[in-house]
Design a protein around this ligand. Structure first.
Ligand code: ASP
Ligand code: MG
Length: 419
């Protein structure tokens, strides 16, 4: 017998009919003898509607009341899921964040979890009940007010609960059947990965492969929670119940890299279109210039990603290129202009028709030549690289957005990822 957490996202609980399917997935695991804690999102679209109502009532709303309203979507699905389970003979009860209690800080709208005592849940589960927990919500540790964890937060709820209950696995059920080597809508030859390490998943997620909330992956990595991403749209009897130590090939495991025997040099290709490029021409080549540019940007909470500084030919003036999230471009330009005299540049240019394409793989740590093969392949397609950044397990290039698909496909083939 194992203890597992099963999390179902918004599309998986979008209607009562879908919730009946969820109940069958849960029953499969209960029948296999497992203790199960279920974590649910709100029905898809509901949280957006709730947020819209709050803003309609008052743009300058009280964040505590915002949380009271938006947490209600998960209250509905937790109750409905418990009812659907009871209907098919599975003992179940719903739990709201405050009943467990999932204690959070007071940052309403994007609260952080501080502590989750597992005893009440464990006692209920020991009596044979499935615990159906409302995701996305908790309660302020030193108050009685409901708090929510930030949009998409129910993934993080599930991981935190899995850690608190020392679960053997946290299954994330969604509308895709796993994590792919790249965006399957762009590259039909993309493959579902059997396993991916936490670190690779973080890189993939932060680069736009939005299967899991980034915070949930960070938490899983820190707490050592094994995750599996799979689809709730597969017929419940088509999936085998969980068995400790057995590796099912249905879904993608997100786990410690020690568990991955065959480490791919490149596991996946990600791309991010929401980048903007800023270039400062005619800046002086002397100490303090970079600090004069990036200090004020950091103070304004703008996250600079790639940075390229040219070497000056005459020893005096040079150019600096960097990228920021496209949503922050206008603010970034304001900041740079406001500090023009201190930075001392001649000309400022910005562009949003760029994309960042990245190759990611833990095998890169022990392999030379990944960057050079990447650059060669891109140049053979006539793709110009405007900026480069690297980490131990990732190489990113900034290119013209017109070449996104060509670049992603070329690299997917180059590193042997095509199905
Ligand atoms: N219902 C919340 C949202 O839409 C939380 C979640 O779905 O993860 O953001
Ligand atoms: Mg979600």
């Amino acid at each position: 017998m194992s203890l597992i957490v099963m999390k179902f996202g918004g599309t998986s609980v979008a209607t009562v009919e879908r919730i009946r399917v969820v109940a069958q997935h849960v029953k499969r695991e209960v029948d296999a003898g497992h203790k199960v804690a279920v974590v649910v999102s709100a029905m898809s679209g509901v949280t957006n509607q709730l947020v819209a109502w709050v803003k309609e009532a008052n743009e300058l709303y009280d964040p505590r009341e915002y949380d009271t309203v938006v947490a209600s979507g998960e209250q509905v699905t937790s109750g409905l899921t418990a009812i659907a389970l009871q209907k098919i003979g599975v003992k179940a009860r719903s739990w709201q964040g405050w009943q467990i209690p999932i204690k959070t800080d007071a940052a309403h709208g994007s609260a952080r979890m501080i502590d989750i005592p597992g005893n009440a849940l464990l006692a209920s589960m020991a009596s044979g009940e499935v615990a159906v927990i409302a995701g996305f919500q908790g309660v302020e540790a030193d108050g009685e007010r409901i708090a929510t964890l930030g949009r998409g937060g129910s993934d993080t709820s599930a991981v935190a609960i899995a850690a608190a209950l020392k679960a053997d696995l946290c299954d994330i059920y969604t509308d895709v059947d796993g994590v792919y080597t790249t965006d399957p809508r762009m590259v039909p030859k993309a493959k579902r990965m059997d396993k991916i390490s936490y670190e690779e998943m973080l890189e993939m997620a932060s680069l736009g492969a939005k299967v899991l909330q980034i915070r949930s992956v960070e938490l899983a990595m820190v707490q050592g929670v094994r995750l599996r991403v799979r689809s709730s749209f597969v017929a419940p009897d088509q999936l085998k119940p969980f068995k400790l130590g057995e590796h099912s090939d249905v879904g993608t495991f997100v786990c410690d890299e020690d568990e991955i025997v065959e480490k791919h040099v490149v596991s996946g290709i990600a791309y991010a279109k929401d980048e903007a490029k800023v270039t400062l021409f005619g800046i002086e080549d002397k100490p303090g210039v970079a600090a004069a540019i990036f200090g004020p940007l950091a103070e304004t909470n703008i996250n600079v990603d790639m940075i390229v500084q040219n070497v000056s030919e005459d020893g005096k003036s040079t150019a600096m290129t960097f990228t920021v999230p496209a949503a922050d471009l206008a603010r970034s330009l304001d900041v740079v202009k406001a500090h023009k005299s201190k930075i001392g540049y001649r000309e400022l240019k910005a562009a949003t028709d760029v994309v960042k394409v990245s190759v990611i793989g833990i095998g890169m740590r022990s392999h030379a030549g990944v960057a050079s093969s990447m650059f060669k392949a891109l140049s053979s397609k006539g793709i110009n690289i405007e900026a480069i950044s690297t980490s131990e397990i990732k190489i990113s290039v900034l290119i013209s957005a017109d070449y996104t698909e060509l670049a992603v496909r070329t690299l997917h083939t180059l590193y042997g990822l095509d199905a």
